[in-house]
Write a protein that binds this ligand. Structure first.
Ligand code: ADP
Ligand code: UDP
Length: 237
């Protein structure tokens, strides 16, 4: 399947049309941004790692009953996926306090929750992705109540599967962001990516951060952390 023309260039990926209107090609870049695009940089090799990692994890999820957009990895940076209409919600699941949760509620990072939390942000760069609740999402017609129920079910299933997998790799799955979309017939599937750009992954023993926080917080060793997390995944998958 070949690329026809560029449909969209985002902060981390590009989307291309294909001869089949139901399929698109996603191409992963090395560009990194943080703080709603205010901080920009490059993480050398990130696109290759995120492409491969996202595909391996989505295939595992698919096997365990979570429908995804994944079709076929085409090369190091490009993957054929089912075209969806994105539900404009960032679905965030947390197992441990960190990031905006710790900041909003004035708590330390690293508090382990007795059960996972789910929250939604309105995916809208101009509004800086504001937090919203389910009723707000329905009122704004971003998704129906039925879709939100299904999205929450899938998000918790993804959490259980990935938490167990990362645990085997000696990694704590702290939190992550998912995006869902609708296929032509309205079926909800998991879309976008699952990678160290969209997840917090801490070494289970040392607590070392193996994700994009190294870039966001200028911690150094960014490329090394991406390579390390990919190595651990490939040893286990
Ligand atoms: P952003 O748009 O936030 O800058 P990216 O650079 O990751 O993010 O761009 C990828 C875009 O493609 C995102 O807007 C995402 O919602 C969208 N997307 C992800 N998967 C699919 C898909 N299967 N079909 C259509 N759009 C998708
Ligand atoms: N996240 C993401 N995209 C966003 C916002 C958050 O992928 O636009 C991910 C982020 O990498 C982390 C989780 O969602 O794994 C929770 O992020 P948080 O709300 O703590 O926000 P942040 O600290 O990134 O501002």
């Amino acid at each position: 399947m070949e690329k026809i023309h560029e449909l969209y260039e985002g902060k981390a990926k590009k989307l291309y049309s294909t001869p089949d209107p139901r399929l698109v090609i996603v191409s992963y870049k090395d560009d990194a941004t943080a703080f709603n695009g205010l901080k920009k940089g490059t993480i050398v090799g990130k696109g290759v790692i995120n492409n491969k990692m996202s595909n391996l994890l989505m295939q595992r999820l698919e096997k365990m009953g979570v429908p995804t957009h994944f079709v076929e990895e085409l090369n190091d940076r490009e993957t054929l996926v089912k075209k969806v209409s994105i539900v404009p919600l960032e679905v965030i699941v947390r197992n441990v306090s960190a990031g905006s949760f710790a900041k909003h509620y004035g708590v330390a990072e690293g508090i382990v929750f007795s059960k996972p939390t789910i929250e939604f942000s309105y995916k809208n760069d101009a509004l800086e992705d504001p937090l919203l609740n389910e009723e707000h999402a329905v009122a704004l017609k971003l998704a129906t109540e039925e879709e939100i129920t299904l999205i929450k079910k899938y998000a918790l299933q993804v959490n259980e599967i990935l938490k167990a997998f990362w645990d085997e790799c000696g990694v704590t799955l702290v939190d992550f962001k998912l995006e869902f979309g609708r296929l032509y017939d309205g079926t909800i599937v998991l879309a976008d990516e699952i990678s160290p750009d969209t997840s917090r992954l801490w070494d289970s023993k040392t607590g070392e951060k193996l994700d994009k926080d190294r870039f966001r917080r200028d911690l150094g060793g960014v490329e090394e952390a991406y390579a390390e997390i990919m190595k651990r995944l490939q040893e286990r998958i």
